[in-house]
Design a protein around this ligand. Structure first.
Ligand code: ADP
Ligand code: ZN
Ligand code: ZN
Length: 748
């Protein structure tokens, strides 16, 4: 049969680079009106039926046999041309396939298959007239029973209604014919749809000078419907959230929608409460921890325009808003905005791209902006503008920070977790009935096990990371879950002085209970909060003043706004500083500033005690002095001299394989090819490695890496694309799996 146009261009849902292009299919007459850009369809491909996406219409190049689209999946288009553009950009920037990017963008909508729409029944007569009608039905008691049931429980299916009335399904049909029952269609997900919790509505707060200056700048650009980026650098407690809320209102007033991203950890009930209080049912909360059905329902509300205010984590950046006008990235420096599976996108970058495509405004908020964003904002010229709120709301002082040298503490014979200074400070707060946060950058009981005689640390035989000590004497690997018993003697030197080194939250809790016997202590870490909702319970207990001391990991560092907290104790500031990562100093500075920012947010001034073995390090000194500039002034020359971001762009190629020889061979082969490409194409790229990754083995797979550095981003992409193609052709000689990370945020 000869086929004539229109021909749909279809991207097939197959994650192979080879097939990452459009294929043409003819549109059968019966689908002509339904198939649009964004439709999800079923096509035959390589002898299989596969789902695909319609991305356009056109004429096939050659005289090839054109097949017909076999079916339509779902109702209506699943994406707009804007999201298609975004997918293409992601494919180009993160070196994935367009199909992969699309399936990531559409995940909440595709993962959950809503129950097929079914026919449901309700009474077509008002309750007041039922008596009259039932009288006329004296000789049909079954039919009367059906009508009664339909009045009581509208929305039952034919089978359900008949069964509930103890009648035959035929009785239901008869009543429909007579006009006593009405038929409508509905899906289960709608009937069971989650009702957003009712929250008392709140109004705008009157802004102070710093806040209103920032808001004016943002709304000024919003009103132009043009792309613009603001780096909102406001100290902790400066009231950035209020600026966000009022900016969102301004976007809604222009008929546009807004997305607010928060890092995983600080998606606290507090933030959701604030948003619901201000925007009620217009808010959709989107994050990957939601059950698929709830996530689908929220996603659908966003897509239909029912919920123009989106609040969520990383993946909420893909929210299918019809006309987004504002993207807010709170705590923009957070590394959790980087996805760390095979598609390593950065939500901040994606937000910037979407805003560019839609003529929207981006607000990047932070008390400790990343070096990358800051350098773009201070150099000027581009779309970035820097907005500063240098003071806390109501002129509240930033907390005083005191630094304790743990080496001196040890010399003075104190082997405990608490320095004298921290112990005294906690006691003072307890006496006054104020609240304390003890922050620890770890989980588990006591972490690394070390021989105090020879320095050997016990590591996981599969993963090459330190085993952590848990209550009851068990050692555990937090990557592969390998467990072992704490040995009595050191496997290296035979000494019996094998001790766990460093502490975990449980250990801090135990010791705190000993030294502060009267105190009410709660603990919040990923162990104690893995149960759903327990994070909120602990948080509520503390917020309501039913506990004096909150011990926690990263989770307590960010976002909490509790006026009763007047002391923050950092048990050990060094853990982040020793991470094998060029951002270790930056991360330490940011974390300390964030956690210190939890203190003194109410009317009483706050105080911070930081315990460390490196009191002279600039990241600790700058955090103690609340001096971002001091930190940048010290860190920037280091980055410049070593050629790290923001002065360069990085890419990491990670090679993994169960056989270490194969991984090494593969990484070397990749380097040889890369060097050739760099030379031939005259690209400005440095290649570091190959070297084992800091975590040189995970789940029995060896990991080696190459790090690429370039002053510009495009040569990196070019070189990586080329080498992937070359290596793809040398398989099966080349064996490892390759993971590409452009602009990596951590390289463990
Ligand atoms: P940030 O996110 O900048 O650390 P928050 O947005 O959490 O700060 O604000 C800190 C506190 O100040 C909150 O309790 C908030 O309700 C309050 N606040 C913010 N703006 C104002 C204002 N204009 N007037 C009074 N209180 C405010
Ligand atoms: Zn030893
Ligand atoms: Zn392991």
């Amino acid at each position: 049969m000869k086929k004539s146009g229109p021909f749909a261009e279809v991207i097939v849902e197959l994650n192979a680079r080879r097939t990452d292009r459009v294929f043409h299919y003819s549109v059968p007459a019966e689908f002509k009106d339904q198939i649009k850009i964004g439709s999800r369809v079923l096509v035959s491909f390589g002898g299989r039926q596969l789902p695909g996406y319609v991305t356009g219409f056109g004429v096939p190049e050659k005289k090839i046999r054109i097949k017909e689209i076999a079916g339509i999946l779902g109702e209506g288009p699943v994406f707009t041309t804007e999201l298609l553009e975004l997918a293409r950009w992601m494919a180009d920037n993160y070196l994935c396939t367009t199909a992969e990017a699309l399936s990531r963008i559409l995940a909440p909508g595709l993962k959950y298959k809503p129950v097929r729409e079914v026919k449901r029944f309700k009474a077509a007569v008002p309750g007041t007239e039922i008596k009259k009608i039932l009288l006329t039905m004296g000789r049909a008691p079954k039919q009367a029973a059906v009508i009664k049931k339909a009045l009581e429980c509208p929305g039952l299916t034919r089978q359900e209604l008949a069964a509930a009335a103890e009648a035959s399904p035929g009785a239901v049909d008869t009543l429909v014919e007579k006009g006593f029952l009405e038929v409508f269609t509905g899906s289960r997900s709608r009937l069971h749809g989650k009702q957003p919790a009712r929250t008392a509505r709140t109004g705008n707060l009157p802004l102070n000078a710093g806040q209103s200056g920032a808001l004016k700048a943002i709304t000024g650009t919003l009103e132009k419907d043009k792309f613009g980026v603001f780096l909102l650098h406001g100290v902790t407690g400066s009231g950035k959230t209020e600026v966000y809320l009022q900016a969102i209102r301004a976007a809604l007033d222009r008929g546009r929608q807004a997305v607010t991203l928060v890092p995983e950890i600080s998606l606290t009930p507090q933030m959701i409460g604030l948003f619901r209080g201000r925007f009620g049912d217009l808010v959709a909360v989107l994050h990957s921890a939601l059950p698929d059905r709830e996530r689908y329902e929220e996603w659908r509300r966003v897509k239909e325009g029912e919920a123009p205010v989106v609040l969520g984590t990383r993946s909420a950046v893909f929210a299918p808003l019809p006309a987004p006008g504002l993207f807010i990235v709170d705590e923009e420096h957070e590394s959790s905005y980087k996805q760390d599976d095979h598609l390593r996108y950065h939500a901040r970058e994606v937000a910037l791209k979407r805003a560019q495509l839609t003529g929207a405004v981006v607000v990047l908020g932070s008390a400790t902006p990343s070096l990358e964003s800051r350098s773009k904002a201070v150099t000027g010229g581009g779309p970035y503008r820097l907005l500063r709120i240098p003071e806390r709301v109501d002129g509240r002082p930033l907390p005083r920070v005191r630094v304790v040298d743990l080496r001196v503490e040890l010399k003075n014979g104190n082997r405990g977790i608490f320095s004298r200074m921290l112990e005294t400070a906690v006691n003072e707060r307890l006496e006054k009935g104020e609240q304390v946060i003890l922050f620890l950058n770890r989980r588990g009981y006591a972490t690394i096990v070390v021989c105090r005689e020879c320095g050997l640390s016990l590591k996981c035989p599969n993963c090459d990371i330190s085993l952590t000590y848990h209550l009851g004497g068990r050692l555990r690997c937090h990557y592969c879950n390998h467990t072992a018993v704490l040995p009595e003697f050191c496997p290296g030197c035979g000494s019996s002085y094998v001790r766990h080194f460093g502490v975990g939250t449980q250990k801090v809790e135990e010791e705190a209970q000993k030294i502060f016997p009267g105190a009410r202590i709660v603990r919040m870490d990923s162990d104690s909060t893995s149960r759903k909702g327990s994070h909120q319970e602990i948080f509520k207990t503390f917020q309501e003043g039913k506990a004096d001391v909150l011990i926690g990991t990263q989770m307590v560092a960010k976002g909490l706004d509790i006026p009763g907290i007047t002391l923050v104790g950092v048990i050990n500031a060094d853990t982040t500083l020793y991470m094998p990562d060029f951002r270790a100093a930056e991360r330490t500075f940011q974390l300390l500033t964030q956690v210190a920012g939890r203190a003194g947010r109410g009317s009483r001034p706050g105080e911070v005690v930081v315990q460390t073995h490196c009191p002279d390090h600039y990241s600790i000194q700058a955090a103690a002095a609340h001096d971002c500039e001091l930190f940048y002034q010290r860190e920037i020359p280091v980055r410049r001299s070593l050629g790290y971001p923001p002065f360069t762009y990085l890419a990491r190629l990670l090679f993994t394989h169960a056989d270490e020889e194969e991984v090494k061979k593969g990484a070397r082969l990749a380097k040889e090819n890369l060097s050739k490409i760099v030379l031939n194409d005259n690209l400005k790229i440095d290649i570091l490695g190959p070297a084992p990754a800091p975590l040189s083995r995970i789940k029995d797979r060896f990991r080696w890496q190459l790090i690429l550095k370039s002053p510009r981003r495009s040569p990196l992409k070019e070189a990586v694309k080329e080498v992937l193609a070359v290596l793809g052709r040398t398989r099966p000689v080349f064996k490892p799996v390759i993971n590409v990370d452009i602009n990596p945020q951590g390289m463990l």
